[in-house]
Design a protein around this ligand. Structure first.
Ligand SMILES: [Zn+2]
Length: 279
């Protein structure tokens, strides 16, 4: 495998090897502490296999997250908001917004598997977010659990800016590598129990954002930060890839307590950033 010396995709500073797994490495920026995966030899079809889309994450949407997003949009633009959900998946969020009375709803994704009947309620195009050449401009661009999967995060941010009206808002939801569960997984890995770190740092996530690095990326692209919140997944949306029922139950019980403690210390597993483009 070719050894690469990669700089940080956010601040371009030098990096060091943070952790080495069998088919990938995690590098960390010496300046902004952003972590990202590199030298990945795991094949894409092993990363995105059939199991990927049959996860609890898709079956049980995070309604608390949807409510937070909806109230942000409502406060800024009301029901007339023109909204584009990038990487909308099965359209869970657009379906939720449609039921709340929003009518200017657009979605795009590289795959097409919208909830039955939803294609009549929204405008959908099957396209990679980096290739959107949309003449429409939107008040709100939403990106849920996408940006951590992409290597070219700077082009992605540029494309979000392009589809927004001046002063429009982007709502970006991604992982929070400052979370308590990441710290516990990293400690467990040092003691030889790597399954949690392997799952959290699996190369389907290329960029492992912490609060500082996500905010820094937004500022680099000349956005103004409106708010940053940390959020947990509901337990039933949580996927644990272990075959033994006993082990899975034990891990889920552990996650239940980690969720409790992390919500107290604001170190939840994911973060929701709301930012505004220049007028
Ligand atoms: Zn950096």
């Amino acid at each position: 495998m070719l050894k690469t010396n990669l700089n940080c995709p956010i601040c371009n500073s030098s990096t060091h090897l943070d952790a080495k797994y069998d088919t990938w490495e995690v590098l960390r920026c010496n300046m902004c502490s952003h972590a990202f995966s590199a030298n990945i030899s795991k094949k894409p079809d092993e990363i995105y296999d059939a199991n990927y889309f049959a996860k609890n994450w898709f079956l049980f949407p995070n309604l608390k997250l949807f409510r937070t997003i909806e109230s942000t949009i409502c406060k800024e633009y009301g029901l007339g908001a023109r909204i584009h959900d990038l990487g909308c998946g099965n359209g869970n969020l657009l379906d939720y917004l449609n039921k709340k009375g929003y009518r200017n709803l657009y979605g795009s994704d590289i795959v097409s598997y919208l909830l039955p009947g939803l294609e009549k309620q929204i405008n959908f195009q099957q396209i990679d977010a980096l290739n959107i050449k949309d003449k429409n401009k939107y008040d709100v661009a939403i990106s849920i659990a996408n940006i951590e999967h992409l290597s070219d995060i700077n082009s992605y941010m540029e494309n979000i800016t392009k589809i927004l009206v001046p002063g429009g808002i982007a709502i970006i939801y991604t992982i929070n590598e400052n979370a308590l569960i990441y710290s516990i997984a990293k400690i467990m890995r040092k003691f030889g129990f790597a399954f949690a770190a392997r799952q959290l740092f699996d190369p389907h996530h290329v960029n492992h954002f912490n609060k500082r690095s996500l905010t820094q990326l937004a500022k680099k692209h000349e956005y103004q930060v409106i708010s940053l919140k940390t959020i947990n997944y509901p337990l039933k949306s949580t996927d644990v890839f272990l075959n033994s029922l006993l082990l899975r139950t034990l891990v889920l019980t552990g996650i239940f307590f980690i969720n409790l403690v992390s919500s107290f210390f604001k170190s939840e597993i994911s973060q929701l950033l709301v930012i505004r483009t220049k007028d």
